[in-house]
Design a protein around this ligand. Structure first.
Ligand code: FRU
Length: 466
């Protein structure tokens, strides 16, 4: 379809945006104006400003031929809309401008993304370049990598970085035996790329079967190691772990750029909640590694979420700072988020003697030992005991209770609430549980249990995307 027609369709959807009451619309998380948003893309701090692009179907609450939307921010908190970045108008991207990443190339903001093409039987994928000018206008440069032999059409989601004198990128891939893999490429320029090989995947580095497709790889140095984040599809659920439709986790290892090998440790989940997928990191100017994730998951119960009645679906997570500590990737809310805090209150009491608190847009910082429970908006329950944390809600499709777990000794929790979402940071970043939930009324937290809690509470201010 022509570019003009695609842009017109998006514009029509945005002009007709729902303007009635919308209790689940986040106060400070990023969400789409209309339609469906999924992966964070092209996350970068460029010439001092933050840019976050995103997978977007502006015209329907459905997956399909994705566009790239674009937000820009000076403080990582207040974002504004930039022009539509990519629309799937060319033959090499006819079924979507799929996920990708951004770099600063000689002072020019440059994007690398997947052109997804479907045929009647089968599909192919192109890795494509585009440049962004200072007004946010994007110029496509076309494909620079075609489908490598030995793989199905599922090869996508380039994450690019510079190391010494070369560009490198990783791609998520499926080989012809339907095994998920990560491919490493080296570029002499952004146009000329060489496939160095598979650096991770099913049947590599000591793994057995490990999924039929790996999506959204991200490889970066953290401390004195490299971390490979990846989203394997097709792992069977285990007792109390890997319970979501697809997983999102990481391997810690050491990348040898010469031999293109990445010996690594075991797969660890990044988030133990109900909704988390396809995260992407960037290196901030001050050296921090910052990550956004999609607080959603494909192919589960997403189309039962009630915001569809208001014409939109899904949100991003908050930005998180990553560090490597004792063989674990720790996640903490980006320190900028502390600027959202207003009206502090402190409580020290038995859980069941704590007051009911408004958690429409709030942060709770809890120190505790013992058994206690808190219920958010009569919809989502967090139970804490000596085994760890159990999060319970009703499945939106079946109405049956469903659970997620974090196992370990809990001493501290930092909980970020935003109308229809919750992010629970455990033991100063040792674990995270993210979830969407849809209370009928304004959500309040109601406490139970005899454990003694020390609780700091703040309301969080609104961040309007203008
Ligand atoms: C992950 C993903 C990516 C793909 C994009 C399409 O959620 O499936 O692999 O590029 O979403 O929207």
């Amino acid at each position: 379809m022509s570019e003009a027609r695609l842009i017109n369709r998006a514009l029509k959807a945005v002009l007709n945006k729902y303007t009635g009451e919308d209790p689940h619309r986040p106060a400070w998380h990023l969400s789409p104006q209309t339609g469906l948003m999924n992966d964070p893309n092209g996350f970068i701090q460029f010439q001092g400003e933050w840019h976050l692009f995103y997978q977007w179907n502006p015209v329907a609450c459905a997956h399909g031929a994705k566009y790239w939307g674009h937000w820009r921010s000076t403080n990582l908190l207040d974002w504004r809309h930039e022009p539509l970045a990519l629309v799937p108008s060319e033959e090499y991207e006819s079924h979507g401008c799929y996920s990708g990443s951004a770099i600063d190339h000689d002072g020019r903001l440059t994007l690398l993304y997947t052109g997804n093409v479907k045929f009647e039987h089968g599909r192919t994928a192109w890795q494509c370049l585009a440049t962004v000018d200072k007004n946010g206008e994007v110029t496509k440069q076309g494909p620079v990598i075609s489908l490598p032999p030995g793989y199905t059409g599922h090869v996508r989601d380039p994450k690019i970085w510079r190391h010494k004198d070369h560009w490198y990128l990783v791609l998520g891939a499926q080989n012809l035996a339907e095994q998920g893999k990560v491919l490493l490429y080296r570029g002499n320029s952004l146009q000329e790329w060489t496939l160095l090989g598979e650096i991770a995947g099913a049947h590599l580095n000591g793994l057995d079967d490990f999924g039929y497709m790996w999506e959204c790889p991200d490889l970066f140095a953290l401390g004195d190691r490299e971390v490979l984040i990846v989203c394997p599809q097709g792992l069977a659920a285990q007792e109390r772990k890997w319970l979501n439709t697809y997983q999102s986790g990481y391997f810690i290892g050491k990348l040898d750029y010469e031999s293109a090998t990445f010996p690594h440790g075991e797969f660890q989940e990044l988030d133990h909640g109900f909704e988390f997928y396809a995260p992407q990191t960037t290196l901030a100017d001050d050296g921090r590694r910052i990550m956004f994730g999609w607080m959603g998951l494909p192919d589960a119960n997403e189309f039962f979420q009630p915001t569809i009645a208001q014409g939109w679906i899904h949100t991003m997570t908050c930005p998180r700072e990553l560090t490597l500590e004792q063989g674990k990737v720790m996640q903490r809310p980006a320190r900028e988020l502390q600027q959202l805090r207003e009206q502090h209150k402190h409580y020290q009491n038995r859980a069941d003697a704590l007051p009911t608190l408004c958690v429409e847009s709030a942060e709770l910082n809890i120190r505790s030992l013992g058994n206690w429970e808190v219920c958010f908006g009569e919809t989502l329950t967090l139970a804490c005991d000596e085994q760890g944390i159990r999060l319970t809600r009703r499945n939106l499709r079946s109405g049956e209770p469903e659970q997620r777990y974090w196992l370990g000794k809990v001493s501290q929790l930092q909980i970020l609430c935003d109308r229809s979402s919750i992010e629970i940071f455990i033991n100063d970043g040792e674990g995270v549980m993210s979830a969407r939930y849809f209370p009928q009324a304004k959500p309040v937290a109601v406490w139970q249990g005899e454990a003694s809690l020390s609780l700091d509470y703040w309301q969080l201010r609104l961040c309007m995307v203008v």
